[in-house]
Ligand binder design. Sequence first.
Ligand SMILES: Cc1cc2nc3c(=O)[nH]c(=O)nc-3n(C[C@H](O)[C@H](O)[C@H](O)COP(=O)(O)O)c2cc1C
Length: 286
Amino acid sequence: MDMVDLVNLRKSVRSFSDKTIEAEKLKSLREFFKSCRHIDDSIKTKTELVEKNSLPNDISSTAGYNGIMIEAPYYVIIFSENKPYFVENAGYMGEDIILKLTEMGIDSCWITLEQDYVFNNTKNDMNVCGLIAVGYGDNTGKKDVFNRIVYENGYKNLESKKLETDNKTRMDLIDIVYFNDYGNKSTMDRILETGIQDGLFAAREAPSALNRQPWRFIIDGEHLVLVIKKDEYTSIYDAKIDAGAVMFNFASVISERLFNVKWTMGSPNKKYNIPEDCVIVGYCGI
Ligand SMILES: Cc1cc2nc3c(=O)[nH]c(=O)nc-3n(C[C@H](O)[C@H](O)[C@H](O)COP(=O)(O)O)c2cc1C
């Protein structure tokens, strides 16, 4: 299957059956971990696939939306050295793994981790920075409703907001792709003229915490610049995984179809009128 098909086929599954994964598949998955793609190969990482009962308690107790853990027969855990962009790197690796699982007919879902746990908990020179539920979905098709308690007006006025519920809802490309400066929208025709539209469509299918889709793209001549919009509902940890996943989707599709994409982290030497609630994550040649 090509990367475009895989990106479109992937979806988050949160309800799993007890069915075990075949030994051959487990073996080839563990092999795959050794070759999965990274943003920065100099960051030392380790990836493990563990059965439910072997998931360390300090991980499960800090995982899931509002602390609600996804129960699954297996988990992928990504460990990394704590270096600049190590979480984005984990998001990139994790998405490669998730698309491999998709190709193998195995379901999965990213699980959020507490930010403090990810950034401030180093053991044997490694931090846990990615967690993915893995197994065969039980096809119950449970609704994905995200309720979020909003505290800002004090306990007296606690409010519960319902966020986007449909996993498949995605923003229109013309609302997230800008030309030359942040916010400078254009037409679909102009996006198609760039020739990188397949990569942008694939990017848009990336998973994101609470389906907030924080990614924006600026096409600046020979560069594609990735901007992440900070979000009141998600953490910086989530935003960094979101960034890594979207970078993977774009890079894997364009690298397969057109030319090799290599992301550079940080900002090119230009300001792009980025608003205060946004940050430039990286850029690549197009
Ligand atoms: C960083 C990150 C953290 C996530 N954490 C959770 C989680 O804790 N619980 C959950 O049910 N889904 C989680 N998800 C899955 C998202 O809700 C899902 O990607 C989004 O709703 C879009 O749906 P889709 O993946 O099916 O396209 C997470 C996704 C990402 C990228």
